[in-house]
Ligand binder design. Structure first.
Ligand code: AMP
Ligand code: MG
Length: 345
């Protein structure tokens, strides 16, 4: 090849390389990078738009898988398993944050949220999916262990311990915390448009790439006749998390009675507060996750009282057992539904 031709070849190759890179970046900005995987007993999906989306999504996924491994009650290598089986374990940043927030939210919700619920979850068979209705006497004995004061956090020794036979279960808060970690990672990579969906716990990072808000649908607890999922309503949000809890998510039936997985710590039985589904909207997903579980236990009136004391921190969408739909005032401009609904102020 002559010198002239070899210059031409280098220039054309460079142009081609730059064009392909631009095309790839344009494609990622437009269609985003998405990743679906299984963790924390549910299907998760991360979708991010932006230059560094590929790296950001895979780092966020690794962080979620790491939290799953550390916080699982059944994984014999997890910190929580060690804590429950030996009565103590060492503390790391994640565990300390989760324990402290859990205790704080337990106090805020008058005990409706209580991570010491684990002995009762186990007795009902929700952990190992070997469901059974326990004896009444066994439940009242186990209720004595559902007591946050049995957790001692020692930040000097970096350890946590449980007294007596107490055991913890972070299942009501861990997904919210995981979405907060994922959001932090995406943002650290400069991502300002993403959707984090951890089994229905959804966090919108910024707006959609076209500048409009994300639409997040709230699943109808009872599918219509076609068996398709229908929606209780849709929220149009940016930079907010939308987290839903309901007994319909996990349950079993015995002698024609349905028993679900959200337990009222004051009775040891599945909560029966008159609510079918609770959605919490907040920019704090850890709070929203724990509150969605707690509000399902508390019922509408207690939940509204709590909302009135901290209405700048979260909003609610409540669907009652009888099909009545309520939203708190902060959502009035971003919520829509085919159903009639009441606005609580
Ligand atoms: P969620 O789907 O976020 O409402 O969480 C339900 C999970 O939270 C259950 O599977 C249990 O692991 C745990 N849980 C059940 N009842 C309670 C409760 N009253 N307080 C805290 N965690 C609970
Ligand atoms: Mg929850």
């Amino acid at each position: 090849m002559s010198r002239n031709n070899s210059h031409k070849f280098i220039i054309i190759s460079l142009i081609l390389l730059v064009s392909l890179t631009c095309l790839y970046l344009w494609h990622i900005r437009k269609t985003g990078v998405s990743d679906d995987f299984f963790a924390m007993d549910t299907i998760m999906s991360l979708q991010a738009y932006g230059k560094d989306a590929d790296k950001a999504v895979s780092e966020a996924r690794e962080a979620i898988l790491g939290l799953d491994a550390a916080l699982s009650v059944t994984n014999k290598d997890s910190s929580v398993y060690r804590l429950n089986s030996t009565g103590s374990c060492s503390l790391n940043e994640d565990l300390q944050y989760l324990l402290e927030r859990s205790i704080q939210i337990q106090e805020m919700t008058g005990g409706a949220f209580n991570i010491c619920i684990y002995p009762i979850m186990k007795e009902w068979g929700f952990t190992e999916k070997n469901y059974k209705v326990p004896e009444k006497a066994a439940i009242s004995e186990l209720c004595k262990l559902v007591d946050g004061s049995k957790i001692t956090i020692d930040t000097t020794a970096d350890s946590v311990s449980l007294s007596e036979d107490a055991m913890i279960d972070l299942g009501g808060i861990a997904k919210g915390y995981a979405s907060m970690k994922a959001r932090d990672i995406l943002k650290a990579h400069g991502i300002n448009s993403a959707l984090i969906n951890l089994g229905g716990n959804v966090c919108a990072v910024g707006k959609k790439p076209d500048g409009s808000p994300f639409s997040i649908a709230i699943k109808d607890p009872e599918p219509d006749d076609t068996g398709e999922n229908t929606f209780t309503g849709v929220l149009k949000v940016s930079d907010k998390c939308v987290i839903t809890s309901g007994g319909y998510e996990r349950y079993f039936e015995e002698d024609g009675v349905t028993y679900h997985h959200i337990i009222d710590p004051s009775t040891g039985y599945p909560a029966a507060s008159g609510l079918k589904s609770v959605t919490v909207v907040s920019d704090d997903p850890t709070l929203a996750d724990a509150l969605s579980t707690a509000v399902y236990v508390m019922g509408k009136d207690r939940a509204v009282d709590l909302w009135r004391t901290m209405r700048d921190r979260f909003d609610l969408v409540l669907l009652s057992d009888t099909g009545q739909l309520y939203i708190t005032e902060g959502l009035k401009d971003c919520f829509s539904s085919k159903l009639e609904y009441y606005i609580i102020d």
